[in-house]
Design a protein around this ligand. Structure first.
Ligand SMILES: *Cc1c(COP(=O)(O)O)cnc(C)c1O
Length: 234
């Protein structure tokens, strides 16, 4: 089932790319495996998935050691400072940096370990009260500060769009993040890349791809609905 789901998502990415004149090789599918047991991740791995997204540090720490080494782990959930040290050398990319404070903390811990850490800035484009992230108008100031750090490297932007019935309702959110990305790119800030645009989930990833997403985060569409917080995941 997971294999079929993955193939369906891949086909949908291809058709969204065709519609918008993009190369499907420019879009990375992240399989969001939060709450799901490792057997399901292994099934996705066997079907070719190499990028997995988790929103809890604990789950990455549990799952990573029992799965193949060539998996790229993406931290996509709110990251607490006291968990930073445990995770920064285990993840490929942190999508959810939502404050200058957190970036500064990651810098400090990365310096201690002498490692480089790639991050995205999470932008609360829709300005939902319940969501973390910078406001659009705060992003540039944050970038100017974080770009000075030597171990933390900004690779782009991420947003979590609102839950909507019709993905068209989120098109303007995706357009806004894309435009912000273009504006920042044009400023050519040292140590800042805007290569990554992480946007789109199960309900709206095709629209996100049409609007320029380079990473989409799909959970339900691959692994099925999440019922409760998983136990015995490993
Ligand atoms: C859970 C989650 C997703 C995946 O959501 P689905 O609707 O199941 O595809 C994507 N991004 C983030 C940040 C998430 O927490």
């Amino acid at each position: 089932m997971i294999k079929e789901n993955l193939n369906e998502v891949r086909e949908n990415i291809s058709s969204a790319c065709r519609v918008s004149g993009r190369d499907s090789g420019d879009v990375t599918l992240i399989a969001v495996s939060k709450t799901k047991p490792v057997e399901m991740l292994r099934e996705a791995y066997d079907a070719g998935a190499r990028d997995f997204g988790e929103n809890k540090v604990q789950e990455i720490l549990q799952k990573a050691p029992v799965l193949p080494d060539d998996i790229r782990w993406h931290m996509i959930g709110h990251l607490q400072k006291n968990k930073v040290r445990q995770i920064i050398d285990k993840v490929f990319l942190i999508h959810s940096v939502d404050s200058v404070d957190l970036a500064e903390y990651i810098e400090k811990e990365a310096a201690k370990k002498n490692i480089d850490v790639d991050i995205l800035l999470e932008v609360n484009v829709a300005e939902e009260e319940s969501k973390y992230g910078f406001k659009v108008e705060e992003v540039m100031d944050a970038i100017l500060i974080i770009s000075k750090f030597s171990h933390v490297h900004i690779k782009g932007l991420m947003t979590i769009a609102p839950f909507v019935e019709n993905s068209e309702e989120n098109r303007d959110i995706f357009q806004k993040l894309y435009q912000l990305n273009v504006d920042i790119k044009s400023k050519n800030v040292d140590n800042v890349s805007m290569a990554v645009l992480s946007m789109g989930m199960t309900g709206d990833y095709m629209t996100a791809v049409e609007e320029g997403a380079t990473m989409i985060r799909v959970g339900t569409g691959i692994f099925g609905a999440r019922t409760k917080i998983g136990e015995n995941l490993v």
